[in-house]
Design a protein around this ligand. Structure first.
Ligand code: NAD
Ligand code: DAU
Length: 345
């Protein structure tokens, strides 16, 4: 098992990146973390509040800044790359920042890691594989060969967001093969948990209810996502960083398929609302139908197991977190909803 003492976590002030920083601080006392984060609308210093200053340093900066990245990477022994523009709906409004951060930013990081021979882990998404038919339309009902995403599934991204992530994955693969970059890639399914930006599905609906706004379901809510608690994503990334084979891709998922209507009804029930107390709104253009992960390579080869698999419990805890931490999201709510309303959503 590889040991790293000084790691850079890009995007470590965002939702999943900050969860990973907490995970490392709590579980690996020998490791110092430098967070490199631009603090865009999605980044928040508060996500790192309370972490010891001798363990975690926040550098506010852009992954596209070659000079800054060079200075930081030469002092590190691993980079875990989370920073991204991450929201599909935003990418449909304006793809430009997605190209810049997700593609150009990744190229800056892998060039620096190549130069200093630093270990690199690339955090990506299952969306690079496009979408799958609904289970009921498949001969094996979702359990037959090729009916879930595997590391061999061909890339077929649908949105500007997912295509920019796919492009970044391909850069990493090419840098491994052409330049011997010491890299691994992980493609994870939909995360949920505390500190997720309120533009995203689950926190949007929870904070809508807390704000007296009716939840908003795109179309009929048939689209399926494979939900995983963000704590399980963090343990999986740590496992791949320390035990993964260079050049390999690992898929991360915890068998959490649910359609959006089911998830919304679970939120409504947990928050004491009638099951039909929501609005159906305009669907997302090009909306991916279903994601599903086959994580057997990660489980069988690296011995990883998810721990937070009770979705109903995780959802209740997430609802409690947004209820108790209204200062964290309240100031942004009006602007987020105004943007959606302008778009008929
Ligand atoms: P997020 O939007 O919550 O956070 C992104 C973070 O990156 C923010 O802190 C932001 O300030 C920072 N950032 C953005 N542009 C930057 C730049 N140019 N330089 C430095 N920092 C910058 O995103 P998230 O949901 O936490 O996702 C993190 C990563 O995980 C992304 O790479 C995403 O593609 C991937 N991922 C997300 C999910 C999910 O369900 N959210 C699932 C699989 C993979
Ligand atoms: O699969 C991994 C991906 O999951 C990550 O790569 C992305 O960064 C992350 O944002 C997430 O993408 P999705 O597009 O699946 O997540 P989002 O929360 O935007 O939407 C989840 C589902 O809910 C999707 O089918 C659209 C639907 N939706 C979303 C919103 C915001 C609604 O029905 N209503 C809404 O208000």
């Amino acid at each position: 098992m590889a040991e790293y003492k000084n790691i850079i976590v890009t995007g470590g002030a965002g939702f999943i990146g900050s969860n990973f920083v907490h995970y490392v601080v709590n579980n690996h006392p020998e490791v110092h973390v430098t967070v490199l984060d631009k603090l865009t609308y999605a980044g928040n210093k508060e996500n790192l509040a309370g972490l010891p200053a001798d363990r975690v340093e926040l550098v506010v900066g852009d992954i596209c800044d070659e000079k800054l990245v060079d200075e930081l990477v030469q002092k590190a022994d691993a980079v875990v790359h989370y920073a991204a523009e991450s929201h599909n709906d935003n990418s449909l409004e304006d793809p430009t920042p997605f190209i810049q951060t997700n593609i150009v930013g990744t190229s800056v990081l892998i060039n620096a890691c190549r130069k200093y021979d630093v270990r690199y882990h690339h955090v990506s998404t299952d969306e690079v594989y496009g979408d799958l038919p609904l289970r009921e339309d498949l001969p094996g009902h979702g359990e037959g060969p090729g009916e879930k995403f595997t590391p061999e599934t061909p890339y077929r991204p649908s949105s500007p967001y997912s295509s920019s992530k796919a492009a970044s994955d391909l850069l990493v693969r090419a840098w491994v093969r052409s330049f011997g970059l010491k890299a691994t890639i992980s493609n994870c399914s939909n995360n949920y948990g505390p500190y997720q930006h309120i533009e995203k599905f689950i926190p949007r609906q929870i904070t809508n209810i807390l704000s007296g706004i009716r939840p908003k379901l795109y179309g009929e809510g048939k689209n399926v996502r494979d939900w995983i608690h963000t704590n399980d994503h963090s343990s999986a990334v740590w496992t791949i960083l320390t035990k993964g084979k260079i050049g390999e891709t690992y898929l991360i998922g915890a068998d959490g398929e649910k359609n959006n209507k089911e998830v919304l009804e679970a939120i409504l029930e947990a928050m004491g609302q009638p099951q039909d107390a929501y609005d159906q709104v305009k669907d997302r253009p090009g909306h991916d139908l279903r994601y599903a992960i086959d994580a057997s390579k990660l489980r069988n080869e690296l011995g990883w197991e998810p721990q937070f698999t009770d979705f109903s419990k995780g959802l209740k805890e997430t609802i409690a977190w947004y209820t108790e931490n209204q200062d964290w999201w309240k100031a942004q709510k009006e602007a987020v909803e105004a943007k959606y309303a302008k778009n008929g959503q």
